[in-house]
Design a protein around this ligand. Structure first.
Ligand code: ATP
Ligand code: MG
Length: 570
């Protein structure tokens, strides 16, 4: 394309609203523009990249035997009521009514829709397995939209749903998706590692998230330094640290006026955090629940929610609720005689000796508390694993890094097929629910993640596979007929062999053109200037030194780059 015909929206200034590199650069390169909080328009340049990412995904999904589909984004409430999610999805669901006052929502994900399609269209085991996918706009009224298209309220997702007749079939479908995802992210030029993820109340090792390591990521990912183990911290099992055996001492109530936080308590008792057990009180779907962890540990709310059978709304209890449960102000909760529906006790706490807890009386704590002798609860793993702890698989040391989730694969089993009565007839003529899997990729988030991994002080550095244009041809002086002639010739020849080229024929200084080219991240630049008298042009990759080449070599140079990147041209 000739740049004089293009809408170029590059910005020199860094927009104040953007915090992270990808967001800043997408705005500065003119890829996206904001309409409202978490709602973006894709400008021509952004759309080109988006389509390239989509095509990589499409090719690999097709290669894996999945079939493309397109569902509506406007979904009738009835479907969501059938699965039970109309009531539990919460405020993230964009709800609306039609003129007849019927309820609808804008689809945040499409399990219900695809389950409905399957129950209507697939009758027999002979038709299985089936994997349907779509690349479609999703709507989620996120509590905190941020980082541009990383976490937006409207975004594009590739979502796929597999239907199998049995568990073995699902395992195969799932592994195919896992392999396809590895190829997709490789081709997009990002390192995304599958890590064990929480599967909510369904449980088991049934889900993996594809994580890109990133300081601006919103997830904590646990990696073992000795083996391959990797898991989201929400899921990573923490091994209880063993306490030294002590003789059980008698309980002792201690007056601790205004001493509430662990820090204050450590000072007051002149001991370490490990000597304490904290009791946190939650409202879990209107039940009052307490969770106990050692003084230096953090409660893992996902583990707590799963232990309770999959809680929808887990919130810290209000001071009033705390008072009801403990008869005390916040800061003095403990397990002895606490009035809660469920008391969850972290394994580590159950193994401690003579520890200190709140007395359930304002201004008091109790020393020498011991599990079993003084209280009981449901013992389990309810805390976050921490840096340097034991790997649950090999016992090696774990390390924790921030990560961004770009994809998620999930063995659903019969969760939706049972709820929605979606059955097929098996080999023996019996009705059976479909065994399902679902597989998502955040397409727009992937695009932003590519930029996070590929940029420098001058702008974006697109991998050739997703670049909006491959080559930028820059005539230094557009009034110079010879320069324009050569630039045009290279441009036409590149187009002929299927290379996406742009020709910067704008009446701007060369410096401006170079800056824009770098900011937009175009992988190759061919500058046509005064050296044409020697039969030469300049060839430059986005992040390497410029070299002078013969005019006739230009096309071959571009071809070589494609070859190096394992991409084909005509
Ligand atoms: P997160 O924990 O980041 O909110 P999620 O678990 O809600 O993600 P899924 O429901 O598994 O995400 O959605 C599939 C994929 O869609 C995610 O892996 C992610 O890449 C993408 N995605 C989810 N929410 C958003 C959003 N608000 N903006 C952009 N992409 C998103
Ligand atoms: Mg989410």
């Amino acid at each position: 394309m000739k740049m004089s015909n293009m809408l170029i929206s590059t910005l020199r200034e860094v927009p104040a609203e953007a915090e992270i590199d990808s967001h800043k650069l997408m705005l500065r390169a003119g890829m996206i523009r904001k309409m409202a909080s978490g709602i973006y328009n894709y400008m021509p340049l952004g759309l080109k990249v988006l389509k390239n990412v989509e095509n990589i995904i499409r090719e690999e999904m097709n290669n894996a035997g999945a079939q493309e589909f397109l569902a509506s984004a406007v979904l009738p409430a009835e479907l969501w009521q059938e699965s039970g999610r109309w009531d539990v999805y919460g405020d993230e669901l964009f709800r609306l009514k039609d003129r007849n006052n019927r309820d609808f929502c804008l689809g945040p994900t499409h399990e219900e829709v695809f389950t409905d399609i399957a129950r209507n269209e697939i009758k027999s085991y002979k038709q299985l397995p089936i994997n349907l996918y779509q690349i479609q706009t999703k709507y989620r009224d996120e509590r905190r939209p941020r980082f541009g298209v990383m976490r937006s309220r409207e975004f594009i997702m590739k979502d796929a749903y597999s239907f199998d007749k049995n568990q073995e079939g699902l395992d195969i479908s799932y592994n195919k998706m896992r392999e396809a995802y590895i190829k997709i992210f490789n081709r997009c030029g990002i390192e995304a590692k599958p890590v064990e993820a929480d599967s909510g109340a369904i449980g088991g090792s049934n889900s993996a998230e594809f994580m890109v390591k990133s300081e601006v990521g919103e997830d904590d990912v646990v990696f073992c330094t000795a083996c391959d183990y990797a898991a989201n911290i929400e899921k990573a099992y923490s091994t209880a640290e063993k306490s030294e055996v002590e003789e059980l001492k008698p309980l002792n109530k201690v007056e601790t006026p205004n001493v509430k936080t662990i820090e204050e308590l450590v000072k007051f008792f002149n001991t370490t955090e490990k000597r304490f057990a904290k009791t946190l009180i939650y409202n879990a779907d209107d039940k009052i629940v307490a969770a106990m962890v050692r003084g230096d540990r953090e409660v893992n709310e996902v583990k707590v929610s799963n232990a309770l059978g999959g809680v929808v709304n887990l919130n810290m209890a209000t001071p009033e609720e705390v008072f009801k449960a403990t008869n005390a102000q916040v800061g003095f909760a403990g397990p002895i005689n606490i009035k809660v529906d469920v008391l969850l006790v972290d394994e580590e706490v159950a193994n401690m000796y003579n520890f200190i807890v709140g007395a359930n009386e304002t201004g008091y704590h109790i020393e020498n508390v011991n599990y079993n002798r003084d209280f009981e609860g449901i013992v389990g793993d309810y805390r976050n694993i921490t840096e340097g702890e034991k790997c649950p698989v090999c016992g090696g040391k774990v390390t924790i890094s921030r990560g961004t989730e770009v994809g998620h694969i999930f063995k659903l089993g019969t969760k939706y097929s049972e709820a929605m009565n979606a059955n097929f007839i098996d080999e023996n003529g019996k009705e059976k629910p479909f065994i399902m899997g679902c597989y998502g990729i955040g397409v727009t988030r992937t695009m932003a993640s590519i930029i996070e991994q590929h940029n420098d002080e001058n702008g974006i550095v697109w991998p050739l596979s997703v670049a909006p244009y491959h080559v930028n041809i820059i005539p230094v002086n557009i009034k110079d007929e010879e320069q324009m002639k050569i630039a045009n010739k290279i441009y036409e020849e590149l187009k002929m062999i299927g290379v996406e080229a742009i020709l910067d024929d704008r009446n701007e200084r060369a410096g401006v053109k170079f800056k824009d080219s770098d900011l937009m991240g175009i992988p190759m630049r061919i500058t046509v200037g005064k050296k044409i008298v020697d039969g030469e042009v300049e060839f430059k990759l986005r992040i390497s030194e410029m070299e002078n080449i013969k005019i006739e070599e230009a096309i071959e140079k571009v071809r070589e780059e494609f070859k190096k990147n394992k991409l084909s041209v005509r």
